[in-house]
Design a protein around this ligand. Structure first.
Ligand SMILES: [Zn+2]
Length: 463
């Protein structure tokens, strides 16, 4: 994740009270405590194993809304008769919440009660029968919501094409805890699972997601609409799930779409993708070699989005950028802008290992993502463009500049207590990025590069 300044995260982090309206005939109450569960974190009795998510965003004529269906396979770590998961700004359709065993008989477990806690954005299903330890169950439901216009959750944005016609784009931004605004989920970084994503789109648009497209089928009864079915993801955190539905075109290095790296943007800006492609291809190969661990996905899409409140987001296999952070005009871009695009692309691609492959358990250890991504981007770009002297400038650009911030009374440790992801803006500043990267740089120097590389490889492959 990259933000140009701390101010930009504030709109993302404002506590938003859910507007969930449950029209179910089952008993439903809204209160601040879910049963006796008062923790901001989810209970550890259940673990999600696999999600099947079907989403249909409507861009015109239906108030920019979306409809969705969820099936999530659950593993029971401790016997429990309640399921608690995260949900915000979503309406569950009448009588669609079902819990059943995962065996052939699919025996339904009747629901005693459903509750929603808008403060902690948690939804609880109280069951009549206990879920048994070691067994697997299926939770399913249908829901709908409104597309956001604030680069948060499942959101809508737009741009004017070369004719001045407005074109709409649906995109996602789930970091740090906004996947729950697109589909009900166990929205904590350590609750990793695999995902089957299915997206409905109008025929003239294109959908991309974390994984490659497998097949496209018509939406029954809806003329002009199709379902795109994507390959099952690797095991991953909810905040890294992503998709973009747009009329964008792409470029890749080999041409004809055969390369693993593609850069997507509006058609009239395709000629500004050259630098991002060049840096992206270099960085992916450089990291594979440096960490001695191959990039685990078959493809990497990088997309330039209009008017985002964030600068870039490292979603696995589908990195999203503000247009100005990804695109660069070979004729007119300044040296400093080329530097920014290069470092940013290298930073986001370093996250494919630091953050995506190996993820902190909780947000207080954000520096393990941001410190390593910041430092490794510097190492990669120094290798690609040695005459820029980017490693030499590190002391001035990162170490000394963060010392000024760290000298303030309001500074904080690179890893400290953090209960609620909504409070993350309090620690999400240059400390995890630049102080984190400075500590890692020291490690590299006292360990020597060889030992440092071996250590990283072992750290990344032991997860
Ligand atoms: Zn980052």
């Amino acid at each position: 994740m990259s933000l140009t300044s701390c101010k930009q995260i504030i709109p993302l982090m404002l506590p938003i009270l859910a507007k969930v309206v449950f029209g179910t005939s089952q008993r439903m109450t809204n209160r601040t405590n879910i049963g006796e569960w008062t923790d901001i974190r989810l209970p550890d009795a259940l673990h999600p194993v696999h999600y099947i998510i079907k989403l249909q965003p409507f861009l015109d004529g239906r108030n920019d809304s979306f409809h969705g269906q969820l099936e999530v396979e659950l593993e029971v770590a401790k016997p429990t008769s309640r399921i608690i998961l995260n949900l915000a700004d979503i309406t569950i359709k009448n009588n669609t919440v079902k819990v059943s065993t995962l065996n052939k008989r699919r025996r339904l477990n009747p629901i005693r009660q459903q509750k929603y806690d808008p403060i902690r954005e948690m939804f609880m299903v109280q069951l009549r029968r206990r879920l048994r330890q070691g067994k697997a169950y299926l939770l399913s439901m249908q829901f709908y919501g409104k597309l956001s216009d604030t680069s948060q959750g499942l959101y809508i944005t737009s741009y004017k094409d070369y004719n001045g016609t407005e074109r709409k784009v649906v995109a996602t931004q789930f970091w740090p805890a906004d996947a729950r605004r697109a589909f009900p989920c166990f929205d904590e970084p350590s609750m990793k699972a695999t995902f089957d994503i299915h997206l409905a789109r109008e025929r003239h648009m294109t959908a991309i997601s974390n994984m490659p497209l497998i097949t496209t089928t018509p939406v029954p009864g809806q003329q002009g609409w199709v379902w795109d079915h994507f390959a099952t993801t690797v095991n991953m955190s909810t905040y890294l799930v992503a998709f973009v539905i747009s009329e964008y075109k792409f470029r890749d290095q080999e041409g004809q779409g055969k390369g693993r790296l593609k850069v997507w943007t509006r058609e009239d800006k395709l000629d500004q993708t050259e630098l991002a492609l060049e840096v992206g291809a270099f960085a992916l190969s450089f990291y594979e070699d440096y960490f001695n661990i191959p990039y685990p996905l078959r493809k990497m899409d990088m997309v330039g989005l209009p008017e985002t409140t964030f600068l870039a987001m490292e979603n696995w296999g589908l990195v999203t950028y503000r247009e100005s952070g990804l695109l660069s005009d070979t004729e007119t871009s300044s040296a400093s802008h080329r530097n920014l695009v290069s470092e940013l692309v290298a930073h986001e691609l370093a996250h494919q290992w630091f953050g995506n492959l190996v993820t902190f358990k909780w947000w207080n250890d954000l520096w393990l993502n941001e410190g390593f991504a910041t430092y490794m981007a510097t190492v990669a770009i120094d290798k690609k463009e040695p005459e820029w002297g980017i490693l030499d400038k590190f002391v001035v650009s990162r170490l000394q500049s963060v010392m000024a911030l760290d000298a303030l009374k309001s500074s904080h440790p690179i890893s400290g207590p953090l209960e609620n992801p909504a409070d993350i803006d309090e620690v999400f500043d240059e400390i995890p990025y630049s102080k984190g990267a400075s500590v890692i740089r020291m490690m590299r120097h006292f360990l020597t590069e060889d030992t440092f590389k071996k250590g990283l490889s072992s750290y990344l492959s032991s997860m």
